[in-house]
Design a protein around this ligand. Structure first.
Ligand SMILES: [Mg+2]
Length: 280
């Protein structure tokens, strides 16, 4: 059997205080464990985050087999391409494909128009310099610059009232856009999700006659459809300490985020559901 392993980063594979190298090592070790269990199998890894492509590539590049990058909550994906004469679309040899039909420039243009409505009071990453993004997110300035390199979604801070927010949401929906609540910001994007994007990625990796099993890891509402579509789900506590899915068939809870718990939890889940084949 082949495996597709998709993981969220913040609150899941990543936790405060772990260097990226630790997270990359955990990905490499899980990759190794899956292929050791069944040397005939192939494992594909996907980093699935609300972060931008530019923020995700530094981690992907540290992994022995660079994973696919699913950026901005499934608005698009990027993969390491063989060198071509075309300039890479996303830096560092990665090429990208947007999975929504609206670009960041179009989203910004629409937001600028909507801001003229009385009561639609908001600011987004595109309105702020990198230093301001850094101050509002806790990122350092190089990371804030990477967070501003957006392809297809805009995080905004809503400063208007609740009724105006409902009207704003309706206006976005009329234009084919969605508004989702993240940890700190509201995210304006085309209609996309990590789960829908993963279904498209899965189709690329499916080989006729070979089952492709999916393991998904996540902690928050934006991971839910990805976790539900997976054969195995490893769920981490969200900001409130609760879990978005109860433990059950194929669903396990991890005690805390971070590479060590991620690797231990994923290995345990694999071993409990798909015991290693006995040798001859
Ligand atoms: Mg998360």
């Amino acid at each position: 059997m082949d495996w597709l392993v998709a993981t969220d980063l913040d609150g899941t594979l990543l936790d405060d205080g772990y260097p990226l190298a630790e997270a990359a090592r955990a990905v490499d070790l899980l990759h190794q464990r899956i292929t050791e269990r069944d040397p005939q199998s192939t494992a594909h890894f996907v980093l699935a985050s609300s972060k931008t492509c530019a923020e995700l590539i530094p981690l992907a590049r540290r992994c022995a087999s660079p994973p696919l990058v699913l950026f901005e909550n499934g608005a698009g994906w990027a993969w390491q391409s063989v060198p071509t004469s075309d300039p890479p679309a996303c830096g560092d040899g990665y090429r990208i494909e947007r999975l929504t039909n609206i670009s960041y420039a179009d989203i910004r243009a629409l937001l600028t128009r909507l801001r003229r409505h009385p009561g639609f009071d908001f600011l987004g990453f595109g309105d702020w310099a990198a230093a301001e993004v850094a101050a509002r997110t806790g990122l350092d300035e190089p990371a804030a610059r990477a967070a501003k390199r957006r392809e297809a979604s805009e995080p905004i801070l809503w400063q208007g009232g609740k009724r105006a927010l409902r009207a704003f949401r309706s206006e976005l929906e009329r234009s084919g856009l969605s508004l989702t609540q993240g940890g700190r910001f509201l995210h304006v994007a085309g209609r996309c999700s990590k789960g829908a994007a993963l279904a498209q990625i899965q189709a690329q990796f499916e080989t006729p006659g070979r089952p492709l099993f999916k393991l998904a890891c996540g902690d928050a509402g934006n991971d839910l459809d990805m976790l539900r579509r997976a054969d195995l789900a490893l769920v981490f506590p969200n900001r409130d300490g609760g879990y978005i899915l109860p433990e059950g068939a194929g669903v396990a809870h991890a005690p805390r985020a971070g590479p060590e718990n991620w690797l231990a939890g994923a290995t345990r889940l694999l071993d409990s559901q798909y015991p290693k084949a006995e040798g001859p």
